[in-house]
Every structure is written in C-alpha cells, then in structure tokens.
Design a protein around this ligand. Structure first.
Ligand SMILES: [Zn+2]
Length: 400
C-alpha cells in the first residue's frame, strides 16, 4: 500500500504559503518577484524529489520524472488572484509532488513516471491559462507579444525580467503523457454542505465577460430635478436587477453570474453620474455561456434589435458590441430611465475550461482544444480574425 508523508506534504504547503503571505491569504501574481521566488523554490523541491525540474519560457514549472513513460501528469497552479487562498492551486501542485515522492520511495512503484506541473498564469494576471495553453500546443506568441497586466507591464518584459525570455517552452508529449490529474480545493462549499470529503469534477464551464458602458448626463445633485435627470448610475443599477431576473429564468443549479466591478463617473456625493461602467461575468456548463443568445431570449426586450453578426468587415466585433449596448439601452429606457448605454467595451468569449477554472484531465485538455478551435472559427466567421484574440486578451480576470 502506497503511503504518503502527511507531515512533509503539509510542511511544503506551509512553506509555499510564506511566499507572498498576506493576512489569511496569499498574493503571488504571475511572474512577480515573489512568484518567481516560489517557482524557483518549487523547482528545487522537485529536483530534491528526483525529478528533473525546469522553469519554461512562459514560466511554467515542470518536473519531469526520470523514468520512461507512459507518465501520469499531475499539476495545478501556484500563481494567485490579487489575493488568493493559500491552498488555491498550491494544493494540487504539492499533492503531485508528494505522490511522486511516495511512488519513488516504494519498491513496487518506483518505476512509475509522474510528471508535475505548476502552470503559469492560470489566474489571468497577463493572459489566462498561458502555461497550460502553451503546453497543449496553442500558439501563445501573440499573448507574449501583447498581453499586459493591470499596471500595464507587458508580459514580454515580465518574462525578460524573470530571465525566461530565451528559455524553451515545455510541450505535451503525447506518447508519454497518458492522463492528467488536477487536485484542487473546492471553492464553493458544496462538498462540506453534503458531508463529503472529496468529489470528481464532471463538468467544465464556459465563461463570458462583458463590460458595459452607460452614458447619461453629468449634473448637479442638488439643483437637477429628478424628472429631467439622465442618471447613468441609476440605469446601471436597474440593469443589474434586470440581468438577475432574466438569468434566473434560464439558470440551472450550476449557472452563476457576477457583477464584479462598477465605476461611476465622477463618483461623488454631489454629482449625478454622467457615465457608469459595469463588468459582468457569467459561467455555465451549457445554457448561458455556451450560447449567449439564450440569455437574450430570456427577455424579449433585450432582443429588439438584431445583432449585425453576419456582416463581414473588420469592425464586426465592435459593431456587435454596440448592438448589445443598444439592446440594453432599449431595456433601460422601458424602465423609465433616460440614460443610455453608448457602447460595450469588450465582448470577450473565453474558451475556458473550468468549474472554478483549471484543467481537469488530459482528455479534457484535448476536448477543450477542439472546442476552442470550433469556437474560434465560429468567432472568426462572425467577427473577423483579430477579434477573437482581442477578446481573449481582454478576458483576463476570471476567478480561479
Ligand atoms: Zn485555482
């Protein structure tokens, strides 16, 4: 019977936590100095375990078993959201490491090959799923050239700073890698509510993200009567309530939607907001995210204007986005709000993958790639070539 060493496992998890520990959580944004320090430590632990470890050209830490394949690949991520839980991602990576060590310490199993990965940027600091996308063979050169983090630092610069710009990128070896496992903490509390200690992921969700811009008229909050106001903030709030209503009619038990960010301009006690921005994300295994038109069908007023999605020119993505905006404007006018939505900043269709995010199995990786290609070509037919990549770039803030 194979035995892991629980003390060693916990001690590694606790040590990893010290890189970027902040209050109860951890801040380890992809390729930041503290993230790179954690990656170098992790590569060292992999080498100590007898694996051959390296940090690849996009930042993924890969520990390759010295045994011949076929190999089981186990991994997750060690980068975090602006603040992440200390076990988010870290658990899956250190589990893999401990499994590799336990196998190597047992006479009957030491010939097994287990490779370990900590994918870079699963949390989308620069370009979501950068490491795992690169690993399965997706071309990430465009992301490396143009992606930036929130502070505007280009990914290419961050890679150079980390000393990785010239490093080789690790790739899947289909003759070697026969299966992929990603242990991950459950971030929702369903297992606990059901008295279960472990579960198996059965569905990988899609994610859609929209940034909506509302335009009203900035005015004095004391002297402008309610009857003539065009309050962009009030329109935004009414819209959130409408989305809530519409999505509830479509949702199944796993559908979730979130308004993660609201900005009012100018954002002051004494000024009626003249403009407002809203960041809306929804995740679903089937109905909403895989076919956004079903969301529109939920509310006939939202589909009054037909999108121009069949037109073929370079402006299609922008036009489609504006049309979305107009539908929302129609809806908000019917609510008696005179502020309107002028444009939609991004309409990002991320070809994404997870319940709470990450890769679930090797088979899944290929299914995801195939689905990604289908979506990509569908997207290209609708909006033109550059649009999809632009969408991917802008869709970087998904939660892990
Ligand atoms: Zn995670």
């Amino acid at each position: 019977m194979l035995k892991i060493n629980p003390e060693r496992l916990l001690s590694d998890l606790k040590h990893l936590r010290t890189f970027g520990a902040t209050g109860p959580g951890v801040v380890r944004l992809s390729l930041s100095p503290v993230d790179m320090a954690a990656r170098r430590w992790l590569a060292g632990r992999m080498n100590d375990a007898g694996l051959s470890a390296s940090i690849d050209g996009v930042g993924t830490v890969f520990g390759r078993s010295r045994n011949a394949g076929p190999a089981l690949l186990i991994g997750s991520h060690t980068d975090t959201q602006p603040t992440g839980g200390w076990l988010d991602g870290a658990l899956g990576v250190i589990y893999g490491l401990e499994i590799a060590r336990a196998l190597a310490e047992c006479e009957e199993t030491r010939h097994f090959a287990v490779d370990i990965a900590s994918w870079i940027d699963e949390e989308g600091t620069f370009s979501g799923f950068l490491g795992s996308r690169s690993f399965v063979g997706e071309n990430v050169d465009e992301a490396v050239r143009s992606a930036r983090n929130r502070e505007g630092v280009p990914l290419a610069n961050a890679l150079k700073q980390a000393g990785l710009a010239e490093a080789a990128r690790v790739r899947i070896d289909k003759t070697r890698h026969k299966a992929y496992l990603e242990p991950h903490i459950e971030q929702g509390g369903r297992l606990e509510a059901n008295g279960k200690s472990i579960g198996v992921v059965t569905t990988i969700v899609g994610i859609r993200e929209l940034k909506l811009h509302f335009t009203g008229q900035r005015n004095h909050a004391g002297t402008t009567p309610m009857s003539i106001r065009r309050d962009a903030g009030a329109a935004l709030v009414a819209f959130i309530a409408r989305v809530d209503e519409a999505f509830r009619q479509l949702a199944d038990a796993d559908t979730v939607w979130t308004v993660g960010r609201i900005e009012l301009d100018p954002g002051s006690f004494s000024v009626v907001p003249g403009a407002a921005d809203l960041y809306l994300q929804f995740r679903d295994a089937s109905a909403l995210a895989r076919d956004g038109s079903r969301a529109r069908r939920a509310d006939p007023r939202l589909q009054r204007r037909r999108p121009c999605e069949r037109r073929h020119d370079g402006q299609r993505a922008a036009r489609r986005a504006r049309d979305d905006g107009r539908r929302v404007a129609d809806a908000s006018r019917e609510r008696g709000r005179s502020a309107r939505v002028r444009s939609v900043g991004t309409h990002a269709e991320r070809r994404v993958t997870r319940c709470a995010g990450h890769r679930a199995s090797h088979a899944r990786v290929h299914a995801i790639r195939a689905e990604h290609r289908r979506r990509q070509s569908r997207f290209h037919r609708r909006y033109g070539r550059g649009a999809y990549r632009a969408g991917l770039r802008s869709g970087g803030e998904g939660g892990g």
